[in-house]
Design a binder for this molecule. Sequence first.
Ligand code: G1P
Length: 294
Amino acid sequence: MTKPVNKAVFPMAGLGTRFLPVTRAIPKEMLPVVDKPLVQWAVEEAASAGIEKFIFVTAPGKEAIEAHFGPTPVLDHALEEKGKTGLCEGSRALTELGARITCVLQPEPLGLGHAVWCTREQVGDEPFAVLLPDDMILGKTPCLQQMMAAYGEVGGNVVAVENVPCKHTDRYGIVDPGNGTVSEETGALVPVKGLVEKPEPAKAPSTLSVIGRYILQPQVFEHLDRKTRGVDEEIQLTDALAKMVDTLPFHGLRFSGERFDCGDKIGYLKANMAFAHDRDALRGAVSALCRTFA
Ligand code: G1P
């Protein structure tokens, strides 16, 4: 029996420099994809996978993230008066999600591993999920839900993985699948024998990259406690995970769905097109719009 995963951590303390100047006053996680900010997509994905508590890691100046999930009685009342019941229900549903959020400040931008470490008291001694709102995945079943099903079978640590072009290994955490070959036939779950953060192509153990969805055991905090600096002098989550491959079951899940890197301008634009196209009401217009650029 695996321990249930009830909590999810959302690291969001980054500066968002790749989206300046829009991110001067607006947190990157508040950028919209169609009509919801990135953070809302991530929280809804977590909620649909059964997560009960959301732990936000933020930084000073990013108060808009929390405010998005706060109560809006004046707006709700106005929507009700105008008979806009759907919008009003949507607004109240957001406030209900908001009641399940705890915010933790990451005082300094010391890396993803440090951001996760900042939540050790809120997470406690239980398995938890990590979602990076920059990574959006469009598919029939939300990515974290697919991972929860896999976790129910194998336990331990489960990370979302996908193949990337060889020249891009230095952008990701890369998984070492050991001697096992990874192909369509080998199935969705890949045993993880090692991990390396952002290796140059010649040193990468594979092209299987970690995407921003993790299910982790609380022992990861013991490794993060050491505050070892890695790539870019940051405390890397990947380095802590690499220390866990011999002591716990550890798998990569080759999820089904298309992943969009919303930390990148083109990835972000593509996500907007793809998620709009996924809506019945917008599909026709989006297809027509795409043809105008062809
Ligand atoms: C982070 C992680 C990296 C992972 C990536 C997924 O990198 O450090 O291991 O592959 O997210 O998006 P970042 O994108 O913050 O540089």
